[in-house]
Design a protein around this ligand. Sequence first.
Ligand code: TRP
Length: 385
Amino acid sequence: MPDFIVTPWEVSGEIDYDQLIKEFGIESIDEKILFYIKEITNEIHPFLRRKIFFAHRDFNWVLDEYKKGNPFYLYTGRGPSGSVHLGHLLPWIFTKWLQDKFDVELWFQLTDDEKFLFNQSYTLEETYKYGFDNALDIIALGFDPKKTYIFSDFDMAGTLYRNALKISKKITFSTIRATFGFNNSSNIGQIFYTSIQTVPAILKSVIEEKNIPCLIPHAVDQDAHFRLSRDVLPKLGYYKPASIQCVFLPSLQQSGKMSASVETTAIFTKDKPDAVKKKINNAFTGGQKNAKLQREKGGDPAICPVYKYHFMLFTLDDDEIRSIQSKCMNGELLCGDCKKDLIEKVNKFLSEHQKQREKAKDKLEDFLLKEKIDLKSLIKEKNSK
Ligand code: TRP
């Protein structure tokens, strides 16, 4: 038995990302591809340099096509819920960088259907509503309204359903069971769902009636869906979608990833400064039991979530992070001071994010796509003729 699990429905344990690369058959982001990206964008995002985006499928192909004058579009998504945390922002921040650097469209799927099907406690009304709340966090990151389409699956049901049907016809139950580990008590909506998540990978090709490359930035747990998409879509005459995949922001506690269902492990985008302070001060660290021992022996950044928050989101300057790392290891930097620095950085980030989030309420309509037909008013209209 592996001591970690990574599926779209469960992420737990200490994840060995090198092993995932082998298991999933994804490719690591190596020096060659970094060089290629820099050639085009003149810059390598710290998430790439630091292997936070660590793996891909066909990213080099997408870059080849781009250079030939055949640009791609971006597709990513969110299973809406009550609270967005910093771990969710990680792939979106990178997606925004990709949009800026390549000047391309982003299609953002809010899977209110998925959340409903996979969570016994949620109603349809709730997941739909959460979608628009979560969209504020997405918009707050600064995506270009002229090039970004955010849509709820409910509101795009017509197009999604028509295309999901074609996709689902090419996937057997036995494949789904092997890929996702469903069993006899899984509901039948869950079994069908992956075909809905595949559609946005061809949406632009469907609309423009020609094949357009699609690049999907996502956390590595979603790979199973797109592995299937890559099997099926060529059978329908489309390109395989490419992907670029990131690791998880760790929990503030000893192990696992940041999780919305365990309050103390995560920092939410709506958290107030005091809550942030409390959570970080209570975080697990790689430090010694007391200051005296820390000065003598130094700490261990490799196992420290506080260090990892600096490394993954809040200390993106290379000299600065190297200094934190070496001062921690040689005992110069005490955990209390390192936490204080992180608290300040997180609160500065959140204060700006929360401001942008408020402003996003007025911008929502600039981003949303809806094709939902209100049956009641249609009938009224028909009867009044
Ligand atoms: N299934 C994803 C989740 O639960 C949401 C999602 C839909 C997604 N389409 C995506 C995530 C494309 C990444 C890329 O969060």
